[in-house]
Design a protein around this ligand. Structure first.
Ligand code: MG
Length: 208
């Protein structure tokens, strides 16, 4: 679309920095395909966003190893609101033939809700997420005014239909909201030992 901001295309990772220190994103890129570097950690956008439409493509490598959460784990943080994995994660995982807890599979809002259906393609094929993100809003005293909502399609199949988030998506503990403003989008480098996944063709359209 003409109003889209390209976040990953032929220009490589110009729009991204390392989450840990804001230095240039050094994940390897070949022909517009960026592959996670688990040693340097996650990457986040230089720009911050509020409400938006996001298109993102990702690929589990053929011959992926591991099981459960240790098989191609990554994630799209729809807003990265603090250090590490603070924020709201749309899970990325190999869920083609890989059992795990329901709200930890691909296209789940991590630890909050599973996808409506498993739309996963096999390893080696490109997967597509199209996401509409409505950021939460906060009162001046920091209390929640309106919650976050997410609608998402996985490979053109509706998997999240205006789901109302209960807060951030921690690995341990209950979700809660902490006031924040516009925030970067982050791609997770998960510490599991399975081979790294790749991303390509990422664009975003800010919305009112
Ligand atoms: Mg993850």
């Amino acid at each position: 679309p003409s109003d889209a901001i390209v976040l990953l295309g032929k220009g490589g990772l110009d729009e991204w920095v390392l989450s840990k220190d804001g230095s240039p994103a050094t994940w390897p890129v070949t022909d517009g395909v960026a592959t996670v570097d688990k040693k340097v950690g996650g990457i986040k956008t230089k720009r911050s966003f509020t409400n938006y439409q996001l298109h993102i493509e990702w690929r589990i490598p053929e011959g992926i190893t591991g099981s459960g959460q240790a098989r191609g784990n990554s994630g799209v943080f729809l807003a990265s609101t603090g250090a590490g994995d603070m924020g709201y994660e749309l899970q990325v995982l190999d869920s083609y033939n890989n059992k795990t807890y329901v709200n930890g599979q691909a296209a789940s809002i991590y630890k909050q809700t599973p996808p409506l259906v498993n739309a996963m393609r096999p390893p080696g094929q490109w997967q597509v997420y199209d996401v509409i993100w409505t950021a939460p809003t906060f009162n001046t005293d920091g209390s929640l005014k309106t919650p976050a909502y997410v609608t998402a399609l996985h490979n053109n199949v509706l998997v999240q239909n205006h789901f109302q988030l209960r807060g951030h998506t921690p690995y341990i503990g209950l979700p809660k909201y902490t006031a924040h403003g516009p925030a970067p989008i982050m791609l997770q480098a998960h510490g599991d030992p399975s081979p790294p996944i790749s991303f390509r063709n990422i664009w975003v359209r800010p919305l009112q």
